[in-house]
Design a protein around this ligand. Structure first.
Ligand code: SAH
Length: 516
């Protein structure tokens, strides 16, 4: 990657700046074009309001420069940001300037473009979903409506250095019939509502203030021009916030859809390895939840690959291949490829998967499991295999290093031969301990979700003290009985366990837990 980029740098006299709208916060609201530009970026220069999650689209070795607010202090002076953009482009780099919302709506994007234009530096603008529109959509407020409002105005509630908003034509704003959307207006809310009433708006005009729109921490307060200042103060709504003023606000009652999702406002800690967490995270977010991922395990190859490789080479001599996790499936097929074999070598071997996720991983390899037990655990699997009869058969069971011995023990007792090489190890990730400790202590978690005994045991070993303190404050959710047993063994209570041990069932159980 680095080399390709160097070649590109060498071949181009000058780079280009892409002014990209990052959207209001929800990462799904970035445009496809914006995402493509990020993927090609050498440098990303980003703001306080651009969701940092989007940086993951940029190449791992690209430079990321933050020019937003730091602890409430003001950002890098605009002149310096401009100069930085120019400097990087002149060096031949593809520069992404990632700005919250839309770059040309109150984002000083116009100033940045003009600066580049003056210096003959090529640039492009990729629009984004502006926070005013997004706040309305996610709060359930249609900004226009045939019967009520035929126009919308986007207005700054904070002008340059002075704070009196004298540049605004209050007369026209107050009587213009349309919906008013104020950006950066929260600190001037009293002034804004007062001026509008003074210039002819009814004090009963509905107002909505939306903080952190489109993110799981979105908060919305509704009131009228007469009451909103007090309402907002009482609710403790802070910046960044959008103020929407007009009769259309009334529709929220009927049309709100986001902040009444079943898990909206809940914050969960996910302890699965990142790749496997993706599906879980997505499902929780679809229900409105906020997720924090701290993988407490990582998957690593076994210390000695020889026993697994030996078994892989002899795969045709086995009657049956038992796989009990997606990690096991990946590890096994990696060795199939490494030994220059392919799926054809599995012809005639019975494929057994412990549950639907393992089955799915097998199906991704173009194979269909012959057996998935009704109970998705080793116990269920053994029961069904024994019912089929195992005496005299050869089983290959590529396993986790710490796997229970139940499967090989039971099959051997029933007269089978079992080869059980280690296919992968789960190890504890290192290097992020301080950050994790901070998260555990500082973020108000509603629950921690454990998807295997080791996700719990590793967290306990690493952060036992913090975990003890979390008891009672955060709930402990477990994917199934084996994980629950590990949690209880250490004296912790399990608050939720779905009937079936799958992510889908866990999410459904979580939704039900908070609905009841
Ligand atoms: N270019 C941006 C606006 C930048 S000005 C856009 O198009 O959205 C900064 C103001 O945007 C903030 O003071 C706030 O009023 C608004 N804002 C940005 N993101 C927001 C969010 N997620 N929720 C509420 N307001 C937001």
């Amino acid at each position: 990657m680095q080399n390709i980029r160097r070649e590109r740098i060498a071949s181009l006299a000058i780079g280009k700046v892409y002014l990209i709208g990052a959207g209001p916060g929800d990462p799904g609201l970035l445009t496809l074009k914006g995402k493509q530009c990020l993927k090609n970026a050498d440098v990303v220069i980003y703001d306080y309001l651009a969701n940092p999650v989007l940086l993951n689209y940029a190449p791992a070795d690209s430079e990321k420069i933050y020019v937003g607010k730091v602890c409430g202090n003001h950002h890098l002076p605009q002149e310096e940001t401009n100069a930085l953009l120019a400097e990087k482009a002149v060096a031949g780099l593809q520069v992404v300037r990632l700005k919250g919302g839309d770059p040309y709506i109150f984002g000083r994007g116009g100033e940045e473009a003009a600066y580049l234009k003056q210096r003959n530096i090529p640039f492009e603008v990729v629009p984004g979903v502006t926070s005013g529109f997004a706040a309305a959509a996610y709060a359930g407020i249609p900004l226009t409506h045939r019967d009520i409002s035929t126009s919308v105005a986007l207005i700054t509630g904070h002008e340059r250095s002075e704070r009196k908003l004298t540049g605004l034509d209050w007369e026209r704003l107050a009587t213009g019939l349309g919906t008013l959307v104020f950006y950066m207006g929260l600190t001037n809310l009293k002034l804004i509502s007062g001026k509008l009433i003074e210039h002819g708006c009814s004090p009963q005009t509905p107002v909505a203030v939306v903080q952190w729109a489109t993110l799981p921490r979105q908060r919305t307060q509704v009131g009228t021009l007469a009451t909103i200042v007090e309402d907002v103060a009482r609710a403790g709504i802070e910046t960044p916030a959008i103020i929407i003023i007009g009769e259309v606000v009334k529709y929220r009652e009927d049309l709100r859809w986001y902040d009444n999702l079943p898990l909206f406002g809940k914050r969960f800690l996910i302890t699965r390895p990142r790749v496997q967490a993706a599906n879980f995270v997505q499902k929780l977010q679809q229900q409105g939840a906020e997720t924090i991922c701290i993988p407490t395990i990582e998957i690593a190859p076994p210390d000695d690959l020889q026993p697994l490789d030996q078994a892989v080479k002899e795969i045709a001599s086995f009657d049956s291949l038992i796989l009990t996790s997606a990690n096991g499936v990946d590890a096994f097929f990696e060795r199939i490829a490494a030994n220059r074999l392919d799926v054809r070598s599995l012809a005639g071997v019975q494929l057994v998967a412990v549950g639907p996720k393992t089955a799915e991983a097998i199906e991704k390899r173009g194979l269909r499991p012959d057996l998935v037990p009704k109970i998705y655990q080793a116990e269920g699997l053994i029961e069904e295999l024994l019912a089929e009869g195992v005496a005299g058969k050869r089983f290959l069971y590529p396993r986790a290093e710490i796997a229970r011995t139940l499967i090989p023990d039971s099959l051997r007792q029933a007269g089978a031969e079992v080869v059980a090489p280690v296919a992968y190890r789960t190890i504890r990730p290192t290097g992020k301990e301080d950050m994790i400790r901070h998260l555990l202590v500082e973020s108000e978690l509603d629950a921690i979700c454990f998807s295997s005994p080791s996700t719990f045991e590793n967290l306990l070993e690493m952060f036992g003290d913090e975990l003890i303190k979390l008891q009672g404050r955060a709930k402990f959710f477990s994917i199934g009985s084996i994980t629950s047993k590990a949690i209880r063994k250490h004296g912790f209570a399990v608050d939720l366990e779905p009937e079936k041990s799958t992510i889908d069932d866990l999410v459904t159980a979580m939704v039900k837990y908070y609905q009841d």
